[in-house]
Write a protein that binds this ligand. Structure first.
Ligand SMILES: *[C@@H]1O[C@H](CO)[C@@H](O)[C@H](O)[C@H]1NC(C)=O
Ligand SMILES: *[C@@H]1O[C@H](CO)[C@@H](O)[C@H](O)[C@H]1NC(C)=O
Ligand SMILES: *[C@@H]1O[C@H](CO)[C@@H](O)[C@H](O)[C@H]1NC(C)=O
Ligand SMILES: *[C@@H]1O[C@H](CO)[C@@H](O)[C@H](O)[C@H]1NC(C)=O
Ligand SMILES: *[C@@H]1O[C@H](CO)[C@@H](O)[C@H](O)[C@H]1NC(C)=O
Ligand SMILES: CC(=O)N[C@H]1CO[C@H](CO)[C@@H](O)[C@@H]1O
Length: 560
């Protein structure tokens, strides 16, 4: 991939922050009780990150936010806060100041990626919209890909990792009752949607769900051809897979991109919400994964003129991606905090991540609120274990106010309890719209600031790379005290080559700048490991390194 950006990067003597050693893959624990994301040294990777959307949500029917990456070189376009839900993503110091820690991170500094690093996040779920990626059937918007690449280069410079999320809400902004992103207008098959049976509409109205969305998803899963797709026509699902594959291929060599999420919050396309996942959604995921990884699942290839079938494999698109394939359960889970699905392996591809959204007490329906915080991840871990997947919560949050605080404290505590990675919803919102973001106040206004209570829960002391098998994390946000337990596997596991021989034995714990007063005295390592060192980073945060003994064994670390 050689765009002007990568050329620029290769000319500048940039000091790149060290990020997690790649590739990231998924491996089972010895007893297969958990599937974990691991780095190239075999250490478990525990991410804490944030959602950043490049989906140009426009609240009024205006044009999309400018996507020409040249407009963002040491500049940040007007946020037009009346028009868009989120301010533009900028990094005005990139290319101007080589040391990533010297990028200004104060409010309104317009260095989002540096601010994200300073906050203590290390992963970004970057949302893209099919509508912008493929404005006409079969035509990929390269300018948009370059803009996405630009944001990823800025993030990589800050040591951040990314996964790309094919975002959508309620199918499409061009659909009656649709959301603000998703399918392009040409993939909204109005005629078929309008033929949706009246009785089914009535059922969906009763449960308060837009029937148009369900009808539109049915056209998608049925792979119908758009009437405007006339030269070399293909079904709309096939078009989606082609576009997904284009993105996977484009970022195949980009280390900072660890994986791809196939679809945000897929709703059911039929009234049978129990059979939907097994019959339709997971076969769709398997097909996409076959296309981009080449895994066949013991099936014959589908005919080239009909690549979408449940009993044949999507033809290998010769990309052979080795990155994480991230799948969400049917979106109804957000109301239940468990999934109405058959949980079993659906693909032979090993690096699968199961990505539920946990909005306990915000979107859960009434009787199920009780016990929701705990249930949402206990069931998710069970479901993922049956599938053979690692768990990463790709969205969670709760609004403002005291109840928002209670939700966040409980949800984040459960993430530690269940040892899962996560990305918070959401980084910035214009006007604090909905009150879900890390920041409040309009971008550009004097009152823009981070909510200190959110920072207290989200910017935690936490292990980020773990040698051996992680057993326990406990963090007290009030006191800033973290305790972890793991069982080191010792020599021979996760060992790299050359000078890095021992890296598989090193556990790294991140201490945010707010808790930077932690001294060597407040670090207690016991059992089969010892404290190796404490590195202070340019932003005042610290990395505590603990080295497991060659023979392995249980060890504990307490900080604070
Ligand atoms: C933003 O919204 C205002 C109306 O509130 C409109 O006049 C203006 O043209 C919009 N700008 C863009 C770029 O859409
Ligand atoms: C379906 O209707 C929407 C809204 O009017 C329109 O934007 C879209 O182009 C239509 N789709 C097709 C395939 O004609
Ligand atoms: C994509 O990356 C994988 C892993 O590095 C590599 O094996 C594969 O050949 C790459 N595919 C292409 C099309 O370059
Ligand atoms: C959640 O956590 C808070 C403490 O922050 C606690 O007071 C509250 O009772 C917990 N439970 C619920 C259901 O919110
Ligand atoms: C360190 O900072 C935290 C957060 O500001 C504070 O709660 C704690 O008391 C401090 N500890 C020491 C030993 O100063
Ligand atoms: C509409 C609006 O809030 N615009 C603000 C966007 O941000 C710039 C500075 O970053 C401000 O000057 C604008 O007022």
């Amino acid at each position: 991939m050689k765009t002007f950006l990568s050329l620029l990067l290769s000319l500048l003597p940039l000091s790149i922050l060290s990020s997690t050693p790649k590739p990231i893959t998924v491996q089972p624990n010895t007893d297969k009780s958990r599937y974990t994301m691991v780095d190239s040294f075999g250490r478990e990777v525990m991410y804490r990150g944030v959602n950043l959307m490049m989906i140009n949500w426009n609240e009024i029917d205006g044009p999309n936010r400018p996507i020409d990456s040249e407009l963002y070189v040491n500049a940040c376009p007007d946020n037009e806060s009346d028009n868009w839900t989120e301010p533009p993503i900028c990094e005005i110091d990139y290319g101007k100041i080589n040391n990533p820690f010297e990028h200004d991170t104060s409010p309104n500094s317009q260095n989002d990626l540096a601010q994200i690093r300073e906050y203590g996040f290390d992963l970004i779920r970057l949302g893209v919209s099919w509508s912008i990626l493929e404005p006409e059937p079969g035509v990929v918007n390269v300018k948009y890909l370059e803009r996405v690449e630009q944001v990823i280069e800025w993030g990589a410079h800050q040591g951040l990792d990314f996964f790309i999320d094919f975002h959508q809400d309620f199918y499409s902004s061009s659909l009656d009752g649709g959301g603000m992103d998703g399918a392009p207008p040409w993939a909204v098959l109005n005629q078929t949607i309008n033929e949706y049976p009246k009785w089914k509409r009535a059922v969906l109205d009763k449960v308060g769900f837009a029937w148009q969305t369900v009808a539109a998803f049915k056209t998608f899963f049925d792979n119908l051809v758009s009437p405007v797709d006339t030269t070399n026509p293909k079904g709309i699902q096939e078009r989606y897979i082609d576009t997904f594959a284009t993105v996977v291929k484009y970022f195949n060599d980009t280390d900072a991109v660890i994986g791809f999420e196939i679809m945000n919050e897929p709703p059911p396309s039929e009234l049978n919400v129990v059979g939907f996942s097994d019959n339709i959604l997971y076969p769709f995921y398997r097909r996409v994964i076959q296309a981009v990884t080449g895994v066949r699942d013991g099936m014959d290839d589908c005919e080239s003129d009909n690549v979408v079938g449940n009993d044949c494999a999507h033809p290998d698109m010769m990309i052979h991606s080795k990155k994480l394939m991230i799948v969400e359960p049917m979106a109804v889970r957000n109301q239940l905090d468990f999934s109405t699905q058959v949980s079993k392996p659906f693909t032979e591809y090993p690096s699968i991540v199961y990505a539920p959204h946990t909005y306990s007490y915000s979107f859960t329906i009434l009787p199920l609120k009780i016990g929701g915080y705990e249930r949402s991840l206990r069931t998710a871990c069970w479901e993922a274990q049956k599938i053979g997947a690692s768990v990463m919560v790709s969205e969670f949050g709760g609004g403002n106010g005291e109840s928002g605080m209670e939700k966040l404290s409980n949800i984040t505590a459960q993430q530690d309890e269940h040892l899962v990675s996560s990305t918070f919803w959401v980084w910035k919102e214009n006007k604090g719209e909905g009150g879900w973001s890390v920041w409040s106040g309009i971008d550009g206004d004097d009152d823009q600031q981070q909510d200190s209570w959110r920072r207290k829960y989200l910017s935690r002391i936490r292990p980020r790379l773990i040698s051996g098998e992680l057993k326990e994390i406990k963090y007290d946000p009030e006191e800033g005290v973290m305790a972890m337990k793991a069982v080191g596997v010792g020599v021979g596991v996760g060992v790299g080559g050359g000078d890095d021989d021992d890296n598989g034995l090193r556990t790294e714990i991140y201490v945010p700048v707010d808790l930077g007063n932690v001294s060597d005295d407040s670090i207690v390592v016991e059992g089969a490991a010892e404290l190796e060192g404490v590195e202070e980073r340019g932003d005042g945060s610290r990395i505590v390194t603990v080295k497991v003994q060659q023979a392995g064994g249980e060890y504990t670390v307490k900080i604070g």
